[in-house]
Write a protein that binds this ligand. Structure first.
Ligand code: GRF
Length: 205
């Protein structure tokens, strides 16, 4: 399955996907990495892996609609079948959502629905004093951070955690679960029933 990955930042989740796609038998390949920040370190990861990149920089193209139109065009040109938001820091515009309805996966660094709808989920979890947080891999719908959940994993919040240390341990789980979600989707093991998603077991497990 041809995957387009949208990124804005460090790209550690992109790296996890690049490594997963290199595993023999993995049922997906990254056709293009699309980015809205020209300085994002994620771009270097894509280039090192020889993956095509498309950049619609926020500074040069201030309109979100125009930026996403450009990124969407690149994905369509590459015949992308599944979009993965791997640290993409924009809400998708309706035209983008419509072009890939039911075929967009996001990773969010909290146990949704807690701390949804924000780019500061990890900081809010620390400030709130929760004892567990985690990550959620979910399908994207027009309802922000509220689409059917594919995978979640809890991460304990330690007394001495700060935002960075907690986010590091959350990322470790995202790096495992995001490729697993892409694999499940590519193998046709995702069933959506209303707002719930069921991920069928792989033949290999
Ligand atoms: C991830 O924790 C993701 O959940 C959030 O932003 C972070 C991106 O990290 N939306 P990276 O750029 O993949 O390292």
């Amino acid at each position: 399955m041809r995957v387009g990955v949208l990124v804005s930042g460090a790209g550690s989740n992109l790296q996890a996907l690049i490594e997963a796609c290199a595993r023999p038998g993995f049922p997906a390949e990254i056709a293009v990495v699309a980015c809205n920040r020209a300085e994002a370190p994620a771009l270097g990861r894509a280039e090192s892996a020889g993956i095509a990149v498309c950049i619609a920089d926020r500074a040069r193209t201030p309109s979100r609609t125009e930026r996403q139109q450009c990124l969407l065009h690149a994905l369509q040109q590459q015949h992308v079948e599944l979009v993965v938001l791997a640290g993409f820091d924009e809400i998708l515009v309706p035209a983008f959502l419509a072009a890939f309805t039911g075929r967009i996966i996001n990773t969010h660094p909290s146990l949704l629905p807690a701390f949804g709808g924000t780019m500061h989920a990890v900081a809010q979890a620390v400030e709130h004093g929760v004892k567990v947080s985690g990550c959620t891999i979910h399908l994207v719908t027009a309802d922000l951070d509220n689409g059917p959940i594919l995978f979640q994993h809890c991460v304990e919040v330690r007394e001495d955690d700060d935002v960075a240390s907690l986010h590091d341990r959350i990322r470790e789980q995202e790096h495992r679960l995001l490729p697993a979600a892409v694999q499940a989707f590519a193998e046709g093991r995702v069933r959506v029933e209303g707002r719930r998603a069921r991920v069928l077991a792989s033949k290999d497990t």
